[in-house]
Write a protein that binds this ligand. Sequence first.
Ligand SMILES: Nc1nc2c([nH]c(=O)n2[C@H]2C[C@H](O)[C@@H](COP(=O)(O)OP(=O)(O)OP(=O)(O)O)O2)c(=O)[nH]1
Length: 148
Amino acid sequence: MTEPVIVVGAAIVRDGALLAAQRAEPPQLRGRWEMPGGKVDPGENDEEALVRECQEELGVRVRPLRRIGDDAPFPLRPNSPPAVLRVWLTEVVEGEPRPIEHLALRWLSADTLDDVDWLPADLPFLDGVRPFLTPERSESDEPLPDPS
Ligand SMILES: Nc1nc2c([nH]c(=O)n2[C@H]2C[C@H](O)[C@@H](COP(=O)(O)OP(=O)(O)OP(=O)(O)O)O2)c(=O)[nH]1
C-alpha cells in the first residue's frame, strides 16, 4: 500500500492569536482559509517541511514546537486516496509574516477563530488551538487613563 501524502499545517500563535491564511489556488479552494504549510517532500521530515513552507509562503523563519491533535484524513482530490493533515503549534522566530502566496493573512483571537471559512480538514484542529488564544481586546479593556 502506498503511504498517504502528508500535509503539514503551522498553527502559528502569537500574542494569543492564530495566523490564518486565505488560499489563492486552486480555483475550487480560492478564498478559503487554512494554516500555512503544504506537502512534506520526499526525504524531508514534518518540521523541515513546515520551516520550508513558512519561509516560502510567509517569508518568516519558524520553529515547530509540538503537534496539536491527531492526523486528519482528507481528500486531496475527488476519488484520490486520502491525504493526511498534521498540525504543529509553531512560533515565528524571525521576520513578520507576509501573504506571499496567499490572498490575505489574519490574526484570529478566541473571539474571531470561527469567523473565517476554514478548509474542512482544519476544523477538527481549532479546539486544540483555542486554549492558546485570548479574547479580542476591546476599547473597554484598555486601562483607564491615569487621572493625575
Ligand atoms: N497548507 C495547507 N493545506 C491544507 C490545509 N488544510 C487542507 O485541507 N489543505 C489542503 C489544501 C491542498 O489541497 C493541500 C496542500 O497543498 P498545497 O498546495 O498547500 O501544498 P504544496 O505547497 O506542497 O503544493 P504543491 O507543491 O503540490 O504545489 O492540503 C492547511 O491547513 N494548510
